[in-house]
Design a protein around this ligand. Structure first.
Ligand code: ACO
Length: 443
């Protein structure tokens, strides 16, 4: 947008009576501009207080567009519905990373590169085998992705485009191997090596579920459904984990360390863990007859309808619509999850109920995804690992944008200090003089 003279904000500081003109660009003002607003030369400039960044843009980005009011999600301008129906996860990954759809030759090279980097150094296997038998697979994934930076120390040369590309390929390629090995670890089963003849998602299923058969053959409908789930999770603009990747990446550390930070953020129940809560809720409701009483409880504020509502979407989450359709395809193969009936009835009632309508509460991506994952026989701890595999190209596309963005600086928010000042330190020998039996320095 071109700025005109009118495209400014006039701020009057009532403490001093001074007026300031602040430029508005793309519907935002630069927070640093507020720094000029001071009571006097010695006092700190005005800043904004925004815990959780609810109204602060941290970057300019051309990766993902969301219109939460209208329920629109686009990657690089392409609607999620079309990508889920007509594309594949690796093509979407290419789109996110490169910014445009590939030619046939570019696509073939990309798939070849990803396929041939799925293997892990044997020491990574040993490292993973060192975890406790009941280690959470997300903890294993986070640690092993971080550990990859030690296997590829050249990855810290983030100014070199070819080097960056190599690490991006490696990470997208190796994530399913790490995720599958974390899954097998919990089951006490031998880790399965990648099979380069299989597609990305088929290979992942083979590494998860292959036993003594020569070749693991997955049902095509399951492969497609999982591929679609990966596409739906591939990016979601500046969410908590992407912000973690960008924040850590802003120190110019290698991309493995940045993505490991993203995995840590995704691990938290407020981000990646809601689908598990949906399953628990559906199990607790137990049958359709119990739904009205449950809904009453929600309306009375006793609990939340998990899988409903979103900070950004004030309409049906477009991903939830696509997942609902994928449910049908998966259940055709695996048999219907009895919880589906309860979920559908809940949705029907909630969408007509004034409480939910008034608050614009619609199903989000997590309302149905747990049901599908369960049909695949994934334990709930694996749900977030699947999310992480899908999100990896998005994290990397955002990281790539960050490291090439001249506007970016090391992430370093301000604070409003609320603690004590200028206290006089009294050594412990004096402070504890009256306390019997306590030796200073030993606790
Ligand atoms: N069930 C019942 N009431 C709800 C729900 C819900 N799921 N979600 C929001 N509300 C109500 C709130 O109580 C509030 O009501 P009030 O105005 O009477 O106080 C109103 O709707 C607005 O809700 P907020 O909490 O202000 O909305 P916010 O944007 O902060 O929260 C969130 C969004 C966290 C997703 C919330 O809707 C929620 O907790 N949903 C359930 C958990 C969930 O499904 N999380 C997954 C999100 S998708 C993802 O992360 C991949």
């Amino acid at each position: 947008m071109t700025d005109t003279g009118d495209n400014t904000l006039t701020v009057r500081d009532n403490r001093t009576g001074k007026e300031y003109q602040i430029q508005i660009s793309d519907g935002a003002i630069k927070a640093a501009e507020l720094g000029q607003i001071k009571i006097d030369e010695d006092s700190p400039g005005l800043s904004t207080y925004d815990p959780g960044f609810t109204n602060t843009a941290s970057c300019r980005s051309s990766v993902t567009y969301i219109d939460g009011e209208k329920g629109i999600l686009e990657y690089r301008g392409y609607p999620i519905e079309q990508l889920a129906e007509k594309s594949s996860f690796l093509e979407v990954a290419y789109l996110l990373i490169h910014g445009a759809l590939p030619t046939k030759e570019q696509y073939d090279t990309w798939v070849h590169e990803i396929t041939h980097h799925t293997f892990l150094h044997e020491n990574v296997k040993t490292f993973m085998q060192g975890f406790r038998y009941d280690a959470h697979p997300m903890g294993m994934l986070m640690a092993s992705v971080g550990a990859l930076s030690t296997f590829y120390p050249e990855s810290n040369n983030i100014t070199d485009a070819d080097n960056r590309h190599m690490q991006i390929v490696r990470m997208i390629a190796k994530m399913p191997t790490l995720g599958a090995w974390a899954f097998r670890h919990a089951q006490g089963k031998p880790y399965v090596y990648p099979d380069n003849e299989l597609s990305y998602t088929e290979n992942f299923l083979a590494m998860l579920f292959k036993m003594s058969e020569q070749k693991y053959v997955a049902d095509e409908r399951l492969v497609k459904a999982l591929d679609v789930l990966f596409i739906l999770h591939a990016d979601h603009e500046q969410n908590c984990s992407t912000n973690a990747v960008r924040s850590v990446g802003s120190s110019q550390v290698d991309p493995y360390s940045s993505v490991a930070a993203g995995i840590g953020a995704l691990y938290g129940p407020l981000h990646g863990g809601a689908n598990e809560a949906v399953l628990r809720m559906l199990r607790r409701i137990g049958s359709k007859e119990n739904i009205p009483a449950f809904i009453e409880g929600v309306k009375n504020g006793n609990e939340k309808l998990m899988g409903f509502g979103h900070r950004v979407y004030k309409n049906y989450d477009p991903r939830a619509k696509i997942i609902k359709k994928a449910c049908d395809d998966v259940f055709e193969v695996t048999g219907v999850n009895p919880l589906l009936e309860i979920a559908q009835e809940l949705e029907k009632i909630a969408l007509e109920d004034e409480y939910f309508v008034k608050r614009k509460l619609y199903p989000n991506v997590d309302f149905y995804s747990g049901l599908i994952y369960e049909a695949f026989q994934f334990p709930p701890e694996m749900f977030t690992v699947l999310f992480a595999i899908g999100r990896t190209p998005g994290w990397l596309a955002q990281w790539l944008e960050l490291v090439q963005d001249k506007d970016q600086k090391i992430a370093r928010p301000k604070q409003i200090y609320t603690g004590d000042r200028t206290l006089d330190f009294v050594p412990s020998s004096e402070r504890w003089a009256g306390d019997a039996g306590i030796t200073p320095g030993i606790s």
